[in-house]
Design a protein around this ligand. Structure first.
Ligand code: GLU
Length: 491
């Protein structure tokens, strides 16, 4: 693969709220392509719309990408040869290019007030004219000439002069030849002197040496404008890959308002493993790497990555599949690592768990319980509630009403027989297998009961509920004294 050109890719989110899952989706494809070709993945913060900035959002973008293992090679946080990577720190960069476009006749000042533009739009809608967009009232006028006309605003914007023969087709790595609608005379410099997205994105992608622009399909209609800017500025354009939009089960566009899973932080808060989420994202609109399994690593994905395999149909975001993947990854983690992940999750996302128990008690019990809960948890958040009965002293254990109601009449007899037999078991023999054998002999055989009936009161005494992780292992973890104290409460 000597002829591979190292690709520089980027994500360019605006820090206007919790990071969107679409940012991670694009970042995954960016990373795969950059790594496969020996290039770099860049994170640029597009914060020129100062009114929409949300405190903390930028940090969440760094944190969530790092959590997923998609940390950028260059960013405002880590720096890089093309710094600064935050658009608000690059404002001086854009202006000379805007001036150049004006001097070359590709862009013009527009003093139309927002009221005039609103009226223009309303009139166009009412007359149902096919000519929508800006009517070029300001084109060719000096400031003084324009000031004599109605709807004048002191501070002008700058607009692109989109020519009649603007090219409306372009090549997309995923979609092949794409047709886009004719653009309006797009504003490129706002009245406050800030560039709009369209100007800034082209200047930055060029100056940062971005070779492939990966972004959502909602930007297809903007691409002809961007290509014009590249042409006018004498720059070669990057390649484009417009990713399909992620959809809800009802096929609507996934949005943070409608779907909690649109928020990238949500996955962490729920206790999804980053590698499971990454695997899930890699399967959205993209075929599995392996023929016989949907479980794959980022390394597998990267090694075989190919733009032509990306689907153009918006993939449905099916969290059922993600849950399955998460449970699969949980089952495959070594005991210690799973315990570490749960502990880290609990301290970060459910600090109340840590407040209710001492750290050592929680960690010791959790580590001991991993083998009995591993198969029963889908999300890391399922673990702590599942072992809560192992963490309280006998006197504080709540016995659920439905468990108490289901106790057989001969419960005192069962508890007495179990207690006597278990009390005789030596401390060194207090292991799940010996506990089980002892209870079988004393209660199942001794009282001639079906195991289900015989163990019901024991489980209720030990766990306080009808369904719990395995009983004998739970008793081993609790220890002899604590187990007998629990049995005594139902005696
Ligand atoms: N700042 C734009 C966004 O928030 C970036 C679009 C692009 O990648 O060109 O989606």
């Amino acid at each position: 693969m000597n002829d591979v050109i190292p690709q520089r890719t980027r994500v360019a989110p605006s820090p206007t709220g919790d990071p969107h899952v679409g940012t991670a989706y694009q970042a995954l494809f960016d990373v795969a392509y950059a790594r496969q070709t020996g290039g770099q993945f860049v994170l640029r913060i597009e914060d020129t719309d100062q009114n929409r900035l949300v405190e903390g959002s930028e940090q969440q973008i760094y944190d969530s990408l790092a959590w997923l293992g998609l940390a950028p090679d260059e960013s405002p946080q880590v720096g890089g040869d093309f710094a600064p990577y935050r658009q608000s720190e690059r404002l001086d960069t854009y202006r000379p290019f805007v001036d150049q476009l004006i001097a070359d006749g590709h862009a013009y000042y527009c003093w139309c007030s927002s009221e005039r533009l609103k009226e223009l739009r309303a009139a166009q809608e009412a007359s149902k004219t096919p000519d929508t967009g800006y009517d070029r009232l300001c084109l060719g006028l000096t400031r003084d000439e324009r000031a004599k006309l109605p709807g004048f605003s002191e501070t002008p914007v700058v607009r692109m002069l989109v020519p009649d023969d603007v090219s409306l087709t372009f090549d997309d790595l995923i979609r092949g030849e794409v047709n886009a609608p004719r653009p309006d005379d797009q504003v490129i410099l706002k009245a406050d002197g800030f560039p709009t997205y369209h100007m800034a994105v082209v200047v930055d992608d060029h100056l940062m040496g971005i070779t492939t622009v990966v972004r959502g399909e909602e930007w297809i209609s903007s691409t002809p404008k961007h290509l014009l800017l590249y042409k006018w500025l004498g720059w070669s354009a990057p390649a484009f890959a417009h990713m399909p939009l992620l959809r809800n089960a009802d096929h609507s566009k996934i949005s943070k308002r409608k779907n909690p899973a649109a928020r990238l932080m949500w996955f962490r808060e729920q206790g999804y493993l980053p590698e499971a989420l990454l695997n899930f994202l890699a399967l959205l609109g993209y075929p599995p790497v392996h023929d016989d399994s949907e479980v794959e690593t980022l390394t597998d994905f990267t090694a075989t990555f190919d733009w032509t395999k990306v689907s153009t149909v918006g993939p449905v975001f099916d969290t059922g599949k993600l849950d399955w993947l998460n449970a699969t990854y949980i089952r495959n983690l070594p005991d210690d690592e799973l315990a570490d992940r749960i502990i880290e999750f609990v301290y970060e996302c459910v600090p109340s768990t840590a407040e209710n128990h001492t750290q050592t008690q929680f960690e010791t019990v959790l580590r001991a319980a991993i083998p009995i809960i591993r198969e029963r948890i889908t999300l890391l958040k399922d673990a702590a509630p599942m072992i809560d009965y192992l963490l309280v002293p006998a006197a504080d254990l709540t016995i659920d009403d439905d468990a108490r109601d289901a106790l057989p009449e001969n419960t005192p007899e069962i508890i007495a027989a179990a207690t006597t037999a278990l009390a005789a078991l030596g401390d060194a023999d207090w292991r799940a297998d010996a506990i089980q054998a002892t209870l079988r002999t004393s209660v199942v055989e001794g009282l001639a009961l079906k195991p289900k009936v015989a163990f019901n009161p024991v489980r209720t005494a030990i766990a306080g509920r009808k369904v719990s992780p395995p009983l004998f292992e739970s008793m081993e973890i609790l220890g002899k004294g604590e187990s007998l104290a629990r049995l005594a409460r139902l005696a």
